[in-house]
Design a protein around this ligand. Structure first.
Ligand code: HEM
Length: 315
């Protein structure tokens, strides 16, 4: 009986505090509109398996600049190009910090990695070192032959599949290619798939991505970060200068690996479509493709893209 009364008292207290918070927010008047949360939990209950979808729905109701508390963290969610420009350009300096974050503390040595480091002298020095030494045009060009060698191996593998008319798991092959190129650039050697698994790299990377995404909702900006067919054929800048398509972010915390990322994506996609014609397996139509997403730091497909290649460069 006592626990029922305690539970009822706690629920009543939560609703009372919620009503009080809602009045205080209206009185304050300075905060952007947004859902009123519960004490302690804030609006966490409004976010489900795919937080970016939930935030998108909420933004439709509350507008492109929305305020909500996620747990105890006050959060502003922006979801239009104009609002993104306000945050990432006009007020870039105000938003360049990265708040304390439990996941980042554990996976990046007390937030010592460039991505999670608070804005300040340490971040500035590491960023400068990465940009000038590790990710400079000169450095990226110096790995051109490494990229070509690894890509040629993939093309040879797909040629074999083409001869045998079997479908290729493109997601898994491209992910291995990217891991091989990265390992050769970082460690000077690549690892066999088995060694890679044994050393526990893969689970660590996947778990890191999952953790970073789960705990980093405060930094999460919903629909504007997702590339979409509506940008095909348009002049919209992929580097973030138009604030409409932001795959690499924008402003002082934007991605320093953008040049390397774009170089690799372009080279791989160009080779795959130049060397092969692609068909979906089992006479599947493009609209029947399984586009289910998985939750992570980025938004990967839940199930890899598989397609059957036909080599098209026979003399
Ligand atoms: C297609 C490939 C890539 C995409 C789509 C991408 C995307 C992003 C995005 C969206 C951000 C966050 C920007 C923000 O907070 O506003 C970021 C930050 C970052 N990226 Fe990338 N990235 C890619 C490749 C790379 C590569 C190849 C590297 C390094 C080798 C890299 C290193 C970083 C680092 C260190 C940060 C944090 C920068 C900071 O906080 O100052 N990225 N990236």
């Amino acid at each position: 009986m006592a626990w029922i009364l305690t539970t009822l008292a706690l629920i009543a207290l939560a609703f009372f505090l919620r009503a009080w918070l809602s009045k205080r927010k209206i009185k304050d008047g300075k905060l952007p509109p947004g859902p009123i949360g519960f004490p302690i939990f804030g609006c966490l209950h409004l976010l489900g398996k795919f937080p970016h979808h939930d935030l998108h729905q909420l933004a439709k109701k509350y507008g492109p600049i929305m305020y909500m508390r996620l747990g105890l963290v006050p959060t502003v969610v922006v979801s239009s190009p104009q609002a993104a420009e306000l945050i990432l350009k006009t007020n870039d300096l105000v938003f360049a910090n990265r708040p304390p974050n439990e996941a980042a503390k554990h996976i990046s040595y007390e937030q010592k990695s460039l991505s999670f480091a608070p804005y300040g002298t340490y971040w500035r020095n590491v960023r400068k070192m990465c940009t000038l030494e590790l990710l400079s045009n000169h450095k990226i060009n110096s790995f051109m032959s490494t990229r070509k060698e690894e890509l040629d191996l993939l093309i040879d593998y797909i040629k074999d599949a083409s001869r045998e008319r079997v479908a290729v798991d493109i997601g898994s092959k491209v992910s291995s290619l990217s891991a091989d190129i990265s390992c050769r650039m970082v460690f000077g050697k690549k690892y066999l798939e088995r060694e890679f698994d044994e050393k526990g790299f893969k689970p660590v990377i996947h778990e890191g991505m999952r953790l970073a995404a789960s705990f980093n909702l405060g930094d999460y900006i919903p629909p504007i970060a997702i590339p979409h067919p509506r940008f095909a054929g348009s002049n919209i800048d992929v580097r973030g200068r138009d604030f409409q398509l932001l795959p690499f972010g924008s402003g002082r915390r934007s991605c320093p690996g953008m040049h390397l990322g774009l170089t690799m994506v372009r080279q791989i996609v160009a080779q795959l479509v130049h060397c092969f014609d692609w068909e979906l397996p089992n006479n599947m139509l493009p609209e029947e493709l399984d586009m289910t997403e998985a939750f992570s730091l980025v938004t990967p497909r839940a199930n890899h893209l598989c397609a059957t290649p036909t080599y098209r460069l026979h003399l």
